[in-house]
Design a binder for this molecule. Structure first.
Ligand SMILES: [Zn+2]
Length: 56
């Protein structure tokens, strides 16, 4: 039985509109680089915007 190796990485979620990094999250990088965009609440603008993953 093969051991499941979970490759995890801490990333930032950056607002697309004002570029402020509002969230820090953990993603799995086992299968290439995920290009995710999430709708998150931007504290800076006080509304929901698209946030993109920004690796450090
Ligand atoms: Zn914003």
């Amino acid at each position: 039985m093969a051991k499941k190796k979970s490759k995890r990485e801490y990333v930032w979620l950056e607002c697309r509109e004002c570029s402020s990094r509002n969230y820090r999250t953990e993603i799995s990088v086992a299968e290439g680089t995920p290009k995710l965009e999430l709708k998150k609440f931007c504290r800076n603008e006080r509304k929901h915007t698209a946030h993109k993953i920004r690796r450090k």
